[in-house]
Design a protein around this ligand. Sequence first.
Ligand code: SF4
Length: 373
Amino acid sequence: MDYFSKMSDAEYNQFIEDIIQKKSLTDDDIRSMLSATDKAGLQRMFDAAVSVKNHYFGNDVYLYSFVYFSTYCKNQCTFCYYNAKNKIDRYRITPEELRTMCEELKNEGVHMIDLTMGEDPHFHNKPENLLEFVRIAKEVTGLPVMVSPGVVDNDFIQALSKEGANFFALYQETYQEELYEKLRAGQSFEERFQARLNAKAAGICIEDGILTGFSKMKLSNGEPVSPSVSDDIESAVASIRGMQKADPDQVRVMTFEPQPGTPLAGTTQASDLMELKVISVLRFVFPDRLIPASLDVAGIPGMVDRLNAGANVVTSIISADSKLEGVVNFDRDVSLNERKRDAKSVIEKLNEMGLARGSQENFEAYLNRNKSS
Ligand code: SF4
């Protein structure tokens, strides 16, 4: 029987209490949870994760506005639409365009502005250009700012800290190094990990993230990406343990979605059930941390599933009339006015679910509490 199906009600309640008290799970506990198939047992797992989330965050949900300000990138990640070799239309917005966008974003009800870029040399090699963007976003919106600049050196991170950047997002994607090399081709595993540590040491909150859905990944010749590491459960166990090492303030998982024009384009899309299970396990392993429900994989219906699995943040919110891209962009072919990943649509759905936009004060208290811990 599945991990949660076999528990009595008393054991189930004790499990939730133990997790709230930060009792650790073993690797076998995690394996057993992730291999669950029984519907009732899965529902119990999702409900337990929501109970733990409620203990720490109540009904509050935090919202991040996604500003993908440059889709240029020098890297060749095999899973990514924006990898340097993909022949796609790209853009880089100007400081004036960012200022105009931020004027609109400041009244939308989001808690943080997420400034994301590919490793675009215009910013990556010239920190002053990114620092100017952080300054504009903070000045115009008065909100905390997350930066996702890729791997940058410690001087760059110190400058971001000085400029007031609040969050540094950098996803390892996997802690199985053999698989990492296939995904983030030509990039150092260690340098990526170290950049996150440097940001934390500089007083910036950090986010790490992993992918799931590897078992379906295939290269264009039909070969599995990496036969020895294609098991999604073992991969998730290794990656959850890897993420714990840097004590991140926010942890995420996303289902790999095959992207046109990339080496993994021919892969079959995995269902997002494993992502939902991993979200619950993340809630058990990181009970008091922020866990996103991204709109980028399955829009608002997908957000509902992820919040019901234990997430408490909504990311990849894009204004109704914005022409900017998401990262995975499940809705790339959808017209702008049908896209529905704007803050108003999100807040309406939260209210229908009995959840609420959390206060800005509580969100900033979270950022500061972790800054000083
Ligand atoms: S994942 Fe990031 S670093 Fe890798 S190719 Fe895409 S934009 Fe560039």
